[in-house]
Design a protein around this ligand. Structure first.
Ligand code: ADP
Ligand code: MG
Length: 450
């Protein structure tokens, strides 16, 4: 909540930067703020009729863009002249400039909609679940817990749900926060000079929601008090059948900082993962992106990018933007393979893996986990060593495809069945554990950049 005069002052500060000094003094500074009706229409009054005309004819764009920045994109502006002002005041009474204004900026990225989300095998279930939650026909999946690796569309889906609510259920009280924001707000209220009041306000705000979305819950703090607060918030909303949507880069059972009771709460609803998109979906995402951003890019370029980046949609989009940028530098109407090759500039995986040796892989793994080579090929059985050892074995076998017996020799003469066991264990864990997926992809990246 802010008061009207503070907000108007912020609008003036903005305008001062965008119009000439003379216009600012002549037209803008004398404006009086009369009222803000239903958090929707801003009523202003100019000091003369000709000022009103000037503002309406020549400065309306600048005025409304400054107002939109400070208030909200949907605010309407009405400018009165002095006689209209008098009438307005007669009818509605004098408003105080300290009137409290509930500015309600759209917290959702307008580009992150369901329409802009490409659905494929990797994400069709999560899409359906998100869509069902957005349509809000009774709380079916509560909480909806979405997890998946970085850049696979989790935040996009939360915003899509939020945008949908804004359009079809504008009266719902929806709140989107990252886990960090929630913790910070709570901690701020604890540290406030009027602590009890601040905590009460914090609770009222959260517990009166119709929908709570928490992004990236894996960062939930270990602090008992914050988890406790979140737990209580969660329970109150849940008991009142309010929708809760949570995202994370891993499933609840792998979030180490999570207390057991929160973990079991999360598990009580629908847990849905987002997988890496298949080739067709990657191509469709790139095409969609071109359409949204109005990029012109040759089809073979799209295929090339989709074939060479298979992990992360954010990287996919980043590469597309780079290719488009390179084409625009040379004034081409459409991006071609020339730009694609330049953009990748030898980043391609296959080329890089050539000539890798088992030793280089072992070195990378040791460096990544900060352990020594003696340890990794030696006999130590502590978890800190065993897991990296199995990962190294897996990577050597997967990338270099050398016989298990040879790998056994490298690892201090281990038997090939031991090697096979290690390899299979990681190959298995990769399917379900985001932690292991993360290790593997990071180490691969290290190997590629060498
Ligand atoms: P996450 O939150 O999972 O890390 P984001 O939601 O931020 O990922 O997505 C990263 C980028 O990829 C965003 O620009 C998003 O619009 C885009 N993106 C991800 N998945 C899709 C999809 N299926 N269709 C279209 N764009 C997608
Ligand atoms: Mg995200």
């Amino acid at each position: 909540m802010k008061d009207l005069s503070t907000l108007w002052k912020a609008v003036l500060d903005k305008l001062e930067l965008t119009v000439s000094n003379v216009s600012f003094i002549m037209w803008f500074r004398p404006i009086k703020v009369i009222d803000f009706v239903d958090n929707k229409t801003l009523i202003l009054s100019a000091n003369t009729t000709s000022a009103k005309n000037q503002l309406s004819r020549n400065y309306f764009d600048k005025l409304s863009s400054a107002v939109n920045d400070i208030f909200d994109a949907d605010v309407m502006i009405e400018i009165l002249d002095p006689s209209e002002e008098m009438e307005y005041v007669k009818e509605h009474g004098e408003q105080t400039s300290e009137k409290e204004v509930n500015i309600n900026k759209n917290p959702f990225n307008p580009k992150y909609t369901f329409d802009n989300f490409v659905v494929g095998d990797s994400n069709k279930f999560v899409y359906t679940a998100a869509r069902a939650v957005a349509e809000h026909s009774g709380v079916k999946f509560n909480p909806l817990f979405i997890y998946g690796g970085s850049g696979l569309g989790k935040t996009h889906l939360l915003h899509a749900i939020g945008n949908y609510y804004r359009e079809y259920f504008p009266t719902l009280n929806v709140r989107y926060v990252t886990c960090e924001q929630f913790a910070n707000e709570y901690i701020d209220s604890l540290g406030s000079p009027t602590k009890n009041k601040a905590i009460l306000e914090f609770r009222t705000k959260y517990r009166n929601l119709d929908v709570l979305m928490v992004d990236d819950i894996q960062f939930i703090s270990k602090k008992i008090q914050t988890q406790e607060e979140f737990f209580n918030t969660f329970n109150e909303l849940y008991m009142a059948s309010k929708q809760i949507i949570i995202t994370s880069d891993r499933p609840p059972k792998e979030i180490e900082t999570l207390t057991d009771r929160l973990r079991s709460r999360f598990t009580s609803g629908l847990i849905q993962d987002i997988q890496h998109p298949e080739l067709e979906t990657r191509i469709a995402i790139l095409r969609k992106k071109c359409q949204i951003e109005k990029y012109s890019v040759d089809d073979d370029v799209i295929d090339y990018i989709a074939e060479h980046i298979n992990s992360n949609v954010r990287e996919l989009e980043g590469m597309l933007a780079k290719v488009h940028f390179l084409a625009s530098l040379s004034n081409k109407s459409s991006a071609t393979m020339d730009e694609a090759l330049e953009a990748f500039d030898g980043q391609i995986e296959e080329d890089k893996n050539e000539g890798l040796s088992p030793d280089e892989i072992i070195e990378a793994v040791c460096k990544y986990f900060d352990i020594t080579k003696q340890d990794i090929i030696g006999k130590k059985k502590s978890k800190e060593i065993v897991e990296p050892r199995m990962i190294a074995i897996y990577l050597i076998s997967e990338i270099l495809e050398i016989p298990l017996v040879s790998i056994g020799k490298i690892f201090g003469g281990r038997d090939h069945t031991t090697i096979m066991h290690s390899r299979d264990k990681i190959a298995d864990e990769i399917k379900t554990s985001h932690k292991i997926q993360g290790y593997i992809s990071e180490i691969k990246k290290m190997l590629q950049s060498e």
